[in-house]
Design a protein around this ligand. Structure first.
Ligand code: AMP
Length: 192
């Protein structure tokens, strides 16, 4: 299964990506996690990415696209993947299309987690306390919501036009949301 997981920052993408990928038997590929690992290891990529991440801005497309291209070329992504946090811009959508066309493996579903905007900011500020992420301060949290609304929310329409979108309410316990997603995916598959 080739799946994208979309939704605003704080919608629970990271948590759901890991659980869903395990249930579906595909690797969860999170661009945010790959950037964070590079920041922690102080690689050249990490040094570049950190500047943008700490400001709540997107890492430039070229850098992000090259990183994803390399990751999707690995063996474990050959038969499917769940991409979490990518694509986030129109340019990234085009690049992903090209990558998948080369592999002759089209995208099967775009899962959108929907969560009320007020709840998102609260969730992110709580996560800041628990995880100590440097991009979870109130100012950066608000900026990340703005960037999502401007750059990423419009992508949902692109995938709607391709009839790939499955939207699921992301509020509630982790297990409940996972079950909701799996039910939505299978009823969608049954509907063709
Ligand atoms: P996330 O963990 O998905 O919220 O990502 C954390 C941060 O990593 C984002 O705020 C961006 O700075 C950066 N990032 C993650 N994915 C992308 C992407 N697809 N394009 C550009 N920047 C990204």
């Amino acid at each position: 299964m080739r799946l994208l997981l979309m939704g605003p920052p704080g919608a629970g993408k990271g948590t759901q990506a890991k659980v869903l990928a395990a249930r579906l038997g595909v690797p969860a590929i999170s661009t945010g996690d790959i950037f964070r690992a590079n920041v922690a290891e102080e690689t050249d990529l990490g040094v570049i990415a950190k500047r943008y991440m700490d400001a709540g801005e997107y890492v430039p497309d070229e850098v992000t696209n090259d990183m994803v291209r390399e990751r999707l070329a690995k063996d474990d992504a050959h038969d499917g993947f769940l991409l979490d946090g990518y694509p986030r811009t129109v340019d990234q959508v085009k690049t992903l299309d090209e990558m998948l066309a080369e592999q002759q493996h089209p995208l099967e579903r775009v899962l959108v987690l929907e969560v009320d905007r007020d709840e998102l900011v609260g969730r992110l500020l709580k996560r800041a306390e628990v995880e100590g992420r440097t991009d979870d301060t109130e100012e950066v949290v608000r900026r990340r919501q703005e960037v999502y609304a401007e750059e990423t929310a419009p992508l949902i329409e692109i995938y709607h036009q391709r009839d790939l979108v499955v939207s699921v309410e992301g509020t509630g316990e982790v297990d409940e949301v996972t079950e909701r997603v799996l039910t939505a995916l299978s009823s969608r598959d049954n509907a063709g």
